[in-house]
Write a protein that binds this ligand. Sequence first.
Ligand code: MET
Ligand SMILES: [Zn+2]
Length: 767
Amino acid sequence: MVQSAVLGFPRIGPNRELKKATEGYWNGKVTVDELQKVAKDIRASNWKLQKAAGVDIIPSNDFSFYDQVLDLSLLFNVIPDRYSKYQLPSLDTYFAMGRGLQRKATETEKTVDVTALEMVKWFDSNYHYVRPTFSHSTTFKLNGQKPVDEFLEAKELGIQTRPVLLGPVSFLYLGKSDKDSLDLNPLSLLDKLLPLYAEILSTLSAAGATDVQLDEPILVLDLPQEVLAAIKKAYSFFGQQTKLPKITLASYFGTVLPNLDTIKGLPVDSLHFDFVRAPEQFEEVISAVGPNQKLSVGIVDGRNIWKNNFAKSSQFVNKAISIFGADRVIVSTSSSLLHTPVDLANEKSLDTELKNYFSFATQKLDEVVTIAKHVSGEDVSAALKSNADAIAARQTSTIINDAKVQDRVASIDSKMSTRAAPFAERLAEQEPIFNLPLFPTTTIGSFPQTKDIRINRNKFNKGTISAEEYEAFINSEIERVIRFQEEIDLDVLVHGEPERNDMVQYFGEQLKGYAFTTNGWVQSYGSRYVRPPIIVGDLSRPKAMSVKESVYAQSITKKHVKGMLTGPITCLRWSFPRDDVDQKTQAYQLALALRDEVNDLEAAGIKIIQVDEPAIREGLPLRAGAERSDYQVWAAEAFRIATSGVTNKTQIHSHFCYSDLDPNHIKALDADVVSIEFSKKDDAGYIAEFRDYPNHIGLGLFDIHSPRVPSKEEFITKIETILKTYPAQKFWVNPDCGLKTRGWEETRQSLTNMVAAAKYFREQYRK
Ligand code: MET
Ligand SMILES: [Zn+2]
C-alpha cells in the first residue's frame, strides 16, 4: 500500500477561531486558559479531520499561535535579552517578540516597552516568519517541549502523528545576528544547537513518535558551501544518535537539484520533494534516494487552490512506484497546506461551475488519499471520473477566455511603459504644483479599520443597509481621516481606504476574470489573515474602481490627496493565480486594467497617485538565473505600463514593505516617490544604495505591525541616522506601511510625534 501524507494543515480554524482568540487575549478579553482551549480544539479538529479523510501520515506541531519559526526561537531559548529581561510569562514573551509590547506600569507590573523582532517573507509566499535573532549571549536550552506536548495531545485522541519541525540548518540560516553581535554567523551555532534537537527528538521518540518531519526548505535556494556542509553535519549527527524517530527530510517551493549532492547519502528515512513546483527534478532526484530510503512525492499543491489532476498525478506517482516499489513511495502534499484556505464547503456563494475547479486544504486531504488509493490498486473510479470531468470542463470554460484582453496584451509596446520625460524634468514640473516643504510627511494609505467599519461593511454585504447609506458611511470615514490628517498637519494626505477589506481583494472583486471567496482565509502573519481572490480567467476592468472615493476625499480638502492603487505584481502575487497561463501574461493583463484606472484618476483631478507593490520581492524566483532576471524585467515593466500613461505633472508614488527588496528593482520602476519599510532594518548600506538615485524616497520610520508608540526623540534619532547617508532634499517622512491594523489612539500619537520630528528638521535645515 502506498501511504498518504500531509506536511501541515492550516491552524487558523475553519472560522478564524484562532484570530478571534489571540486578539481577544491581547486585548485582555480572553484569558490564557480560554486561549489555550481554543488552540487545543483547533488542533483536535484538524487531526480528526485528517484521520477521517484517511490520511496515513498526519502532522503535529504544525500548530502555532503566531509563527512556527518563532515557536522554535522560544523552544530553544533564542530570546534576546531585551525580551527576557521583563520575565514575562512565556506566552507573553513569545507575543512580545512577534509583535512588540508596550505596557504602562501598574501596581503589580513594571513598564514594558520593546519592539518586535524582524518579520520577513517565508520564501516566495505571502506568509511571514519572525526572524530568529542570535547574539553572543544566546544560550540555547529547552523552554518547555511544545512538539512533545502536541504529539501527546494527538496520541490521547488515539491519533498517531508525525511531528514537524523546521530543521536546524534552515532555522539558523533563516535567522540573523542581533545588532550587538553583527560579527556572529548564526551557522557557527550549529554545534551547540544540534544536541537540543537531538534531545527534543529523542523525547518525542520516548513519547511514542516513530517518525518526524524535519523541514529544510532552504534546500531550494542557492546555498554557499558552508550551509551545505552544515546540512551534512547536522543529518550525520542525527544519524549517529540511537533513540531518534525516523526522519523525513522535507524540501519544498522549488527544485533541490543544485544541492542534490549534499542530500545524497544523508542518513534519513525518507526524502520529500515538491514535484508541483519542480516536476522536472524528478529524473535526477530519484538518484539521490538510497536503497533503504523512501520517496515522498509532493504532488498535491500546498500553494494553490486548483483541483488536482488525478490522472496526471497518478501517472507521476506510478513512475516512482515502478522504481522504488509501493512500500517506498508516499503520496503527499507539496508543502504544508498552511497557504491554502481551510474548506471549500464553507463557500456558500461561489459560482458552482468555479467551485468544481477548486480544492482547498480539506479537499486536498481527499486528494492525497484518493491518489494513494488509486496507485495502490483500490477502486476509486467514481472519484477519477468526476475529477476528469472537472478538469476537462475547466479547459473549455467560457469564463476563461477573452479575445479582447488577449489582443490588448499582444499589442503592448515599449512606449506604453515609459514616462513622457525623465525624472528631473517631471520633478521640475511637479514642484510648483505641490509646493511641499523639506521632509514632506505622508502615510502609506490605510488608517485604522475600526469595528464600526467592519460592521457597516458586513451590513452592506448582507443587504441590511443600502448602497447610499453605505456610501454615506464611507464618506464620513473618509472625512474623519482627512480632518485628522489636517489636524496633525501631515503634508500629503490619503483617504484612508475604509472601503477596502483588503488591498488586493478590493480590486479583485471589481475586475472581470476574478473569483473571490467569502471565507477563504489564509494566514499572512500572526493574527493577520488574507482572503486571496482567485484569478480564473483573462482580466479586465469593467469600470473605474477607486475614483469615487479619491475624488470625494480631494473635494473636501485643500491639501493633496493621493489616489491609492495596488500594483499589478501585488495583485498577482496576493491572488491565487491561474495555473494554465504564465504569470507574466496575468501581470500584463492586470497592468492594463490598472493603467486605465490611473488615467481615470488623473482625468478626475487626482494629482498624486500611489501604486503599491509590496509583493514585488516575493515574486522573485528563489534562485539566480534566467528566470529571475526575466522576472525582474517583466515585473518592473508591468508597473511602468500601469503608471506611464500620465503626464509629467502627475506624481507617481509607490510603496514596498516586508522585504529586502533589491534597490535596483525599485529604481527600475521609475516612480517619482517611493516609500520603503525600513524601521527594523537599520542598515546604512541599504540607504547608501539610494544616495545617488535622483527620485525621492521615504524610508519607513516606525513599525506599523506593533502597537508601540515611538517618541518624537526616537524619530529624531532615526532621521538623524538616515541623514548621515541620505540627503535631506529628497527625504520623505512616513511610517513603514499602512495603519489599518492599528488602533486610533496609537496612530494619533505615533503620527503626531513623526510630524513633530519632521518639523524639527525643517527648522534645522532652514538655518
Ligand atoms: C502591504 S502594503 C499596504 C499599502 C496600503 N496602501 C495600505 O496602506 O494599507
Ligand atoms: Zn506596506
